[in-house]
Design a protein around this ligand. Structure first.
Ligand code: TYD
Ligand code: MG
Length: 463
């Protein structure tokens, strides 16, 4: 029988096996299993990633003082909203995003703001030298006494620094560049990232420091590190945006201390991340009215409405193989909308390339975007335009029926504030001042209503 104190971990896929085998049972890589001590937290009967409770003897729930875990506001309003008030002492947060999106800038702004509120911090800058960080901080006016910095890349050195400084917040930039001496594989490998996160979390918890781990995510979302970390951390914040656009969004995709779904927005400027006071103006700034292939949708991001231009382009496929590409909108959802248009509205996209994009680098998770996507697609296909004062909100069912979405009053109120006067949405939407509401039952009727210059007969045909 294998020893309880050792185990074998695959350096390729991070799977764990109780005994050595030549080929990993999980990913089929050869000779990839490495012996390692089984950590106390990983022995059967323990929850992985959790440090042992300070007291193994049961205590009364009513006797526990949880005030110590009250969130500390970072002073950056948008960030505090996503975090549900602030950063929780001893918690572990993963800040994940593509390289170059602005993670280091965001944490520097956060630490400077914390320092001004009297919360000292340690920035483990394993990617950039302290001089580079200082230059950036000086340029952005963020050099504060309360920020300590080290470029240590080993978990032992980082633990020593945390124990000595006892910072309120510790940031590790990035988890992929830090290594633990207990693991033979290189920094950034799945095995390293996992052990590093566990060791740093234990260090930070015992020092009462909130730990923020920065993790790079690739475009495809396949990450050596962050994905395996999600269940080890308390919160996962996803920092998103299109690098060619200035808009940046932060979403809580997991949050043990509050609600998920809230989104923060910033604008990346030459002076760092700045507040976006009027997101609609920014989102609609590049819009050209009167062109086919564009429809305006009002998404809900947490409790906030966000106006988004949905663009579509339908072009003939030169090679006989039709391309379907979506940016900021789910591919499966696009396929479904196209199928409904084909079967329920009699429109054919065969032999045509289809491109759909949510402008401004926004990701549309809201099913209410379906009708705007359909409207933009048919607008491009038929070279008709969507009225420029019209907003389109609705989910499309497989039967071609329009399904109601939540928060229509908030969505249409936002549209009215920005000069929109008409809306096409599903039945059941409450009237909103300043908006003429059309509530058709089907996508076919909605298209007839929403697209300008639709001549009789009422049904649209592809041209
Ligand atoms: P950075 O925070 O280094 O990204 P990450 O840590 O996610 O890799 O930011 C990188 C980009 O942000 C870089 O391409 C330049 C841009 N940027 C600005 O536009 N303005 C600024 O004030 C700063 C600091 C960066
Ligand atoms: Mg960085």
């Amino acid at each position: 029988m294998a020893s309880q104190s050792i185990q074998f971990r695959c350096v390729t896929c991070d799977a764990v096996a109780p005994k050595w085998v030549g080929r990993c049972p999980s990913c089929a890589a050869w000779n990839s299993l490495e012996e390692q001590p089984r950590k106390a937290a990983e022995r059967p009967g323990r929850i992985p990633g959790k440090s042992p409770a300070p007291c193994d003897v049961p205590v009364r729930l009513s006797d526990i003082d949880s005030d110590a875990a009250e969130p500390i506001p970072t002073g950056i309003g948008e960030l505090d909203r996503v975090l549900g008030g602030g950063i929780v002492p001893s918690s572990v947060t993963l800040l994940a995003g593509e390289p170059g999106i602005g993670k280091s800038t965001l944490v520097l702004q956060m630490l400077a703001s914390c320092a001004r509120k009297g919360v000292a911090s340690l920035l483990v800058s394993a990617e950039e030298s302290p001089e580079q960080v200082h230059r950036r901080a000086r340029r952005l006016g963020l050099v504060e006494d309360g920020i300590w910095i080290t470029s240590a890349t080993g978990t032992e050195a980082i633990a020593a620094a945390v124990e000595k400084l006892q910072p309120g917040v510790t940031v590790v930039d990035s988890i992929q560049t830090v290594a633990s001496p207990d693991v033979a594989s290189p920094a950034g490998s799945v095995a390293q990232v996992r052990v590093v996160a566990q060791e740093l979390a234990e260090t930070a918890r015992s020092a009462g420091s909130a730990l923020v781990l920065i993790g790079h995510v690739t475009k495809e979302g396949s990450i050596a590190g962050p994905r395996v970390l999600e269940h080890l951390v308390d919160s996962v914040l996803s920092f998103e945006g299109d690098r060619h656009h200035s808009l940046r969004m932060l979403r809580a995709v997991k949050h043990r201390f509050g609600a998920v779904g809230e989104m923060a927005m910033w604008e990346m400027t030459s002076a760092g991340l700045g507040e976006v006071t009027d997101p609609a103006r920014m989102m609609l700034a590049d819009r050209h009215t009167g062109l086919p292939g564009s429809a305006i949708f009002v998404a809900m991001e947490g409790r906030r409405p966000l106006m988004v231009e949905v663009q579509a382009l339908v072009a003939s496929s030169p090679a006989g193989i039709s391309r379907r590409a979506a940016s900021g909108y789910d591919h499966g959802r696009l396929a479904q909308v196209l199928a409904v248009l084909e079967r329920r509205v009699d429109l054919s996209f065969a032999g045509r390339d289809v491109y759909v994009s949510a402008a401004g680098g926004v990701r549309l998770d809201d099913p209410g975007a379906d009708l705007a996507v359909a409207m933009a697609l048919v607008s491009s296909l038929s070279s008709r335009v969507v009225d420029d004062r019209l907003v389109v909100v609705g989910e499309i069912g497989l039967g071609g029926e329009l399904r109601s979405v939540t928060h229509t009053a908030i969505r249409l109120g936002e549209a009215a504030r920005h000069g929109f006067t008409r809306a096409v949405t599903a039945r059941g939407a409450e009237p909103v001042e300043g908006i003429t509401l059309w509530t058709p039952a089907t996508v076919s009727e909605a298209l007839d209503r929403g697209l300008r210059n639709v001549s009789a007969p009422a049904r649209l045909v592809a041209i």
